[in-house]
Design a protein around this ligand. Structure first.
Ligand SMILES: Nc1ncnc2c1ncn2[C@@H]1O[C@H](COP(=O)(O)OP(=O)(O)OP(=O)(O)O)[C@@H](O)[C@H]1O
Ligand SMILES: [Mg+2]
Ligand SMILES: [Zn+2]
Length: 325
């Protein structure tokens, strides 16, 4: 079986870029050689037709052309406007909690953060995906969750310099060229912000719902609100808000401190008329287990932290039923 490596990826991206330039030079060559009037007229009508065709394509681009991911029943995106609020940690533990709540459910994880992929570390996975017989990438699996990430395709040390269209091509490949088998849920860990990647995902695939993560801090809440508004604009149902790092339980004296404020995300959910999906405490266990690549839901399933994620997962499932009926 072949491996999907960084060089194959660059090769594919270069191929599509070259194709476009070959087409362009072909047309220019013909124009230069055309001297007879008839040919020019004929060329004009071809140009008009081509122009109309291009306009049609542009208009079609404006409309969402969402195509489901083969084998995937429902896509859940985990997002926030702001960076570093705990999207990836939430995405990973949510995927595992959905399975812990109902072992008959199959769940996959897609890391959409092409600049700063986190899933390989959080899920303790590395290596290049193998290619299936029909040239699709086979996800790497740990804890029963198949995962796909840009981190599997580029070297750890290599600077990720994907820009503009290249990022979009990479994203398209992560969305379309993966053999997920059959999944009840695909959880997508979104990059921070409300930019091109977020838009491209919501326009390319049907998203069953968005989970917005925020800390209770004002600055994160502002960005969370922006995130929620973006999903509303593109008609993605918002499943609700998760308040992360709400309360710190001192492991020594059991004192509770609201480092980032106490109830900001709950209040924001109320203001926006969205559901509050749950509270995840700021806990050393969550940070340490994440860094070890042993997410708390699997490494300490009985802990209050793991229970918090399982409650969020139950709320997510309940909301999915609500918004899709
Ligand atoms: N509830 C929590 N308790 C303790 N640490 C946490 C908690 N949630 C997240 N962290 C830690 O905070 C850091 C940032 O979390 P994470 O990478 O999940 O954020 P992110 O929103 O995905 O960031 P980015 O925007 O860079 O993708 C990590 O070190 C993670 O272990
Ligand atoms: Mg992240
Ligand atoms: Zn203390």
């Amino acid at each position: 079986m072949a491996l999907f490596t960084y060089s194959i990826m660059s090769h594919l991206l270069r191929l599509s870029a070259n194709k476009a330039s070959v087409l362009r030079t072909g047309t220019e060559g013909k124009c230069g050689a055309a001297v007879c009037l008839q040919f020019i007229r004929c060329q004009r009508s071809v140009d008009t037709k081509a122009l109309q065709e291009r306009q049609k394509q542009h208009m079609a681009k404006g409309l969402p052309r969402q195509k489901p991911i083969t084998g995937v029943k429902q896509v859940i995106v985990v997002a926030s406007g702001k960076g570093g609020v705990g999207k990836s940690t939430t995405a990973v533990n949510l995927a595992l909690a959905l399975m812990a709540n109902d072992s008959s459910k199959s769940v996959g994880l897609l890391d959409a953060d092409v600049y700063g992929p986190s899933i390989p570390k959080l899920m303790n996975l590395k290596g290049n995906p193998e290619l299936s017989d029909n040239n699709l990438m086979i996800p790497l699996t740990n804890y029963g969750v198949p995962c796909m990430s840009m981190g599997f395709l580029v070297d750890d040390a290599a600077p990720i310099v994907w820009r503009g269209l290249m990022v979009m091509s990479a994203m398209e490949k992560l969305l379309r060229q993966v053999d997920w088998g059959s999944l009840d849920y695909l959880v997508i860990d979104m990059p921070p912000g409300t930019g091109d990647v977020q838009l491209s995902i919501t326009q390319n695939i049907p998203v069953a719902g968005a989970v917005i993560v925020s800390t209770p801090q004002d600055i994160a809440l502002l960005d969370a609100r922006r995130g929620a508004e973006m999903f509303k604009k593109v008609n993605v149902p918002i499943l609700g808000l998760v308040q992360n790092m709400s309360v710190f339980h001192c492991p020594k004296c059991q004192h509770q401190t609201h480092i980032f404020g106490s109830d900001g995300a709950r209040q924001l959910a109320h203001t926006l008329g969205e559901e509050f999906l749950g509270d995840v405490p700021l806990h050393l266990n969550i940070r340490e287990s994440s860094d070890r690549g042993q997410p708390v839901v699997v490494s300490c399933p009985q802990s209050p932290e793991a229970q918090a994620y399982r409650q969020v997962a139950s709320a997510v499932e309940r909301r999915l039923k609500e918004v899709n009926t």
